[in-house]
Every structure is written in C-alpha cells, then in structure tokens.
Write a protein that binds this ligand. Structure first.
Ligand code: NAD
Length: 278
C-alpha cells in the first residue's frame, strides 16, 4: 500500500475504508471484510455510532494493532478543553484502544481552539498519533492555525470528480496539510458509475468508472476512504494504484468539475466566509 507522509512524520495509507452510514449491526462484518482484502486504514466517527464495532473488528481480525491506521472524529458542540479531552478518551474506551492514529474535529464546533489545545496535549500524552480537521474551509482553518502549535495533519473535505476542490488543495499544500477526500465516489450520485468520460478512460486501462474516479484523486496525493458494504467493491476500490492516468485523461476528468458540492453549494460560498462557525 502506498502511504502519504503526514506533517508530524507518520505514514498514512492513501486508501482507507470509510464506515459512514454503515449500520452498526453490519459494521463489524464489513470491517473484517475490509481488513481481510487488504485495507489497513479505517475511518469512523463518533457521529456514525459504530466506533465500538470498528474496534471489535480490528481485535477479531488478528491484524496487529500497529499495522492498522485508525481515524475517528470528535463531535461535540463547544466543549471546554477538559470536555474535549474526556470526549476523545470516550472514543478510545468505546473502541477499546490505547491510542488512535488520527483524530479529527468533525466540523467546526464553535470553540475549536480549546478542542485543538486538548488534541495537542493528547498527542503529547500518547493517546493520539496525529490530529487534523474535517470540513474546515479557509477562514476556519486559518483561525485555528493562528492559535495552534501543531498544524493539522489532514483536512478531510468533500472531494470528488464533480467537486475537485482545486483552490482548497493548493491552500492546504501551502499549509503543509494533506487533503483527505470524503465522498470520493460522490456518494454514488450524479451517475458517477456510468459517467461516459470515466467509463471511456477506464476502458483504456481495464478499469471501472469508480476505479478511475479514485485514481484521479490518489494520483494527486489525495487520501481516499471509499465506502462499500460489498466485498467485491471493497476489492475493486483498493485495486486502483496499479495504473496511471495520462495528462490528457486527467485533463478530460478535470472538465467534470461542477464547482458545486453534492448539496449544490458553490465552492465560493464555502471558501470565503472567514469567521463561519457552527
Ligand atoms: P462514497 O463516495 O465512498 O460512496 C459510497 C457509495 O458508493 C455507496 O453507495 C457504495 O455502495 C457505492 N460504491 C462504493 N464502491 C463502489 C464501486 N466500486 N462500484 C459501485 N458502487 C460503489 O461515499 P461516503 O461513504 O459518503 O464517503 C466515504 C467515507 O468518507 C465515509 O464512509 C466516511 O468514512 C467519510 N465521510 C466523512 C464525512 C465528513 O464529514 N468528514 C462525510 C461523509 C463521509
């Protein structure tokens, strides 16, 4: 598996397995399948209510803990520093883990400076190996970084062929923060799996439209965490690093960018609202 080097010096697999909307009753089975076909990075969140099943699957799989990169995300409105620390320890208790490889603030929570200070101390105390943010756009990101000692290792944001996030990618590169794509398959929307450009490019490489959509991102160094509950699709999504898209193919796919996220928000609305907090 190809890794991406994070700014704190640790390696993160460029492809992981995401479990958003994976029902808690099937999460353990799905994560076991994902580990059995070769995934070594898992993305969960407090909000998904399946952290415990992810931890259980890792233990049951027999894969050594230090060979799996595990991410979760904090979701608590305006916690104090002490509450944020306790919150992260709650994730560890639910997952029955001693440490997480990456903890993210799931979206701007209103007092992100306090959360971030708690995250930084949890890194120093050995509970977290790396820390980052999710759904942070420039104003929110810059505000956090102004008060931070550690720069976020990743910013996990909606990124796919229909919403390519070029301005964010260059801003994050300037900051030394890796972009991690959520919804790398556009959550299956917009006809992505039968898109004519992706299908035609895929035919030239013996790959599906889904595989081309993922390769378009990883070829730019973007981390992807596609979700599927089907083992054969998990395999397909992992089998995407053995071909390269040509410059012409990348250019053709760049034309699919709508400049809108899946909810129809134009990138400008998300990009330039400096003090937006929820
Ligand atoms: P996704 O883009 O991974 O698409 C998932 C959909 O595509 C599912 O319907 C699945 O059945 C289908 N699919 C997957 N592989 C396929 C294949 N090879 N062929 C055909 N269909 C296929 O959407 P997602 O789950 O929303 O995003 C991936 C992960 O990102 C999530 O599981 C979660 O871990 C993370 N996420 C994070 C946030 C955030 O706010 N940070 C938001 C959404 C998702």
């Amino acid at each position: 598996m190809q890794n991406v080097k994070l700014n704190c010096g640790i390696d993160m697999p460029i492809i992981g397995y995401g479990v958003y909307m994976v029902d808690p009753s099937v999460t353990e089975r799905c994560v076991l399948d994902a580990l059995s076909v070769g995934y070594r990075s898992l993305d969960t969140a407090q909000y998904y209510e399946n952290e415990a099943m992810v931890g259980a699957a890792v233990r049951k799989s027999g894969v050594p803990r230090d060979e799996v990169f595990i991410t979760s995300k904090l979701c608590q409105s305006r916690p104090t520093y002490a509450q944020a620390k306790e919150n992260v320890k709650g994730s560890l208790r639910r997952m029955r883990l001693d440490y997480l490889d990456l903890m993210l603030i799931h979206w701007p929570m209103g007092n992100d400076g306090d959360i971030w200070a708690a995250f930084e101390d949890l890194v120093k105390e050995g509970y977290l190996r790396s820390i980052g943010v999710s759904n942070f756009y420039p104003g929110q990101f810059e505000k956090l970084v102004r008060e931070a000692s550690m720069i976020p290792a990743v910013n996990q944001i909606e990124t796919h062929v229909f919403y390519q996030q070029r301005p964010m990618i260059s801003k994050m590169a300037d900051a030394g923060t890796v972009v991690e794509s959520w919804g790398p398959l556009a959550e299956g929307l917009n006809g992505i799996f039968t898109n004519p450009v992706l299908t035609e490019v895929g035919a030239a490489h013996g790959k599906t439209a889904a595989q081309v959509a993922l390769r378009f991102l990883t070829q730019q160094g973007i981390i992807v965490i596609p979700k599927s509950v089907h083992k054969e699709r998990m395999i397909q999504n992992l089998d995407t690093l053995d071909f390269d898209l040509s410059q012409d193919e990348m250019a053709a796919i760049r034309c699919l960018d709508t400049g809108h996220n899946l909810e129809g928000w134009p990138s400008d609305a998300l990009k330039y609202n400096p003090e937006t907090v929820v």
